[in-house]
Design a protein around this ligand. Sequence first.
Ligand code: PEP
Length: 249
Amino acid sequence: MRRKLFVGNWKMNGSLVANGVLLKGVRAGAQEARGELAVCVPACYLAQCSQILSMSGIALGAQDVSSHTVGAYTGEVSARMLQDFGCRYVIIGHSERREYHGETDEEVAQKAQRALAAGLTPIICVGETLAEREASLTWDVINRQIKALLSLLEPAEVEGLVVAYEPVWAVGTGKNATPEIAQEVHVAIRALLAQKSAEAGKRVRILYGGSMRPENALDLLQMPDIDGGLIGGASLKADDFLAIAKAVL
Ligand code: PEP
């Protein structure tokens, strides 16, 4: 049985004051969540959030990691550094990083390898754009993105991943995938993972991301292969984030 996981992706939002208020709210309702909670915060706030979340049971995560281990890489943050600040998770290959920073499938796989080596759990984002969906390319895109990971990682490493299916056309648009569409893609992702490791096929949690809200969470989370959510906008309001995490029967 895979335990549900709800991850807030704060993106480039927050301030010292706002983070304190938001996390206080999340902490206050965390006991009622029907799964594990995590927040992926901007790197500059990791120390603050790590302190606020200590002993809360809410996991801390980052939104990106370097594909290098250490050295002359100005502006980069290594996996060891994230681990130093108590991170458990790191989002890798978010569509905004793929689109605005030109991240390739190979770089995403390298980052995943670095994160795993430092004891972090990578949350690997995959998903097609609207143009790709309309051109019936969803499977090709998912296949390419997942295969790049599988060709670099060992079976045991694949077992340590979390995958987030985030159709790009649903991220931040207010338009979510239907539960049926999401379930279909999650099953396909699971089958690909199982080709590398049967255990990974059973164990890896596959989250849905893309305009998940309290209103649509229950329908999505009822699907057998949707193991939680990667939540952007709605994670910036404690009540909405918690309502999603409680929307499991
Ligand atoms: C995301 O940023 O990963 C995301 C899913 O955003 P939103 O929930 O706002 O669509």
